[in-house]
Write a protein that binds this ligand. Sequence first.
Ligand code: ATR
Length: 280
Amino acid sequence: MLSGKAKLAGVIGWPVSHSKSPRLHGYWLEKHTIDGAYVPLAVKPDDLHAVVRGLVKAGFRGVNITVPHKENVMAVCDQISEQARRIGAVNTLVFHEDGSVHGMNTDGYGFLENLKQGPKSWHANSGPAVVLGAGGAARAVCAALLEAGAPEIHLLNRTVEKAEQVAKDLGSTVNVHSLTESAKWLPGAALLVNTTTLGMNGAEPLHLDLSPLAQTAVVTDIVYAPLETDLLKAAKARGNPTVDGLGMLLHQARPGFEAWFGVKPEVTPELRAFVLAEAP
Ligand code: ATR
């Protein structure tokens, strides 16, 4: 039950009805018996600025930002974290008492935390990473890997120019190749990450020959619908350690929850099961 002092947060997207965040934050609010609420906010792109400023005025603690607002919301922020600036997108806003809006990006944090809870054999400095895709998710993944100490990243994308822009923004240890060149770069990889939408329910499949990949390389997919993508299935079948993408979604939510509600929440098997149990 909410009191008049309830702490308020939410997620802004367009559309937003697919978002798992209200269920996820709702679970933590209940678990920690916090006097607070986290609500879905369907906001059209043209209304983004006014809504964010309105939520500040209404006393919200902050919000998550999802598709298609992650880049545009940067113009509304008074401060932007170094990492969000490097990635070029913001997914979490924290509203300060003076009315200023602080933008962060926790996708890379979520990606790394998820990997850390996976196979013990993986460390950022275990060797080169092969990252497929060059969208916003790839930017967050690459920035996080570099910050964690990955020695080298091979970024493979269908549209090579897009990957070149990512490399330009992130630094010289990102090497750019075409998605068709995986056989050349998989042999030395300690980590393989799919950040493309290929393999997602309703999207085209990802055709990738894993035979050049060492069996010790960790394979992870940021696609979590289906939870076990064809890539993860194939990797598991040949003995590679795998990490599914749901954990990234759950972990990226933790810093926002802590900033708004004052408790650092945990990602547990129960939480995973609860989020997965939601009707599609
Ligand atoms: P996000 O921000 O979630 O990462 P995005 O910016 O739409 O999403 O990026 C989608 C990624 O999937 C891109 O790397 C895209 O490749 P292009 O840059 O060449 O568009 C990749 N992708 C999507 N559909 C693809 C397809 N049919 N074949 C190859 N790559 C595809």
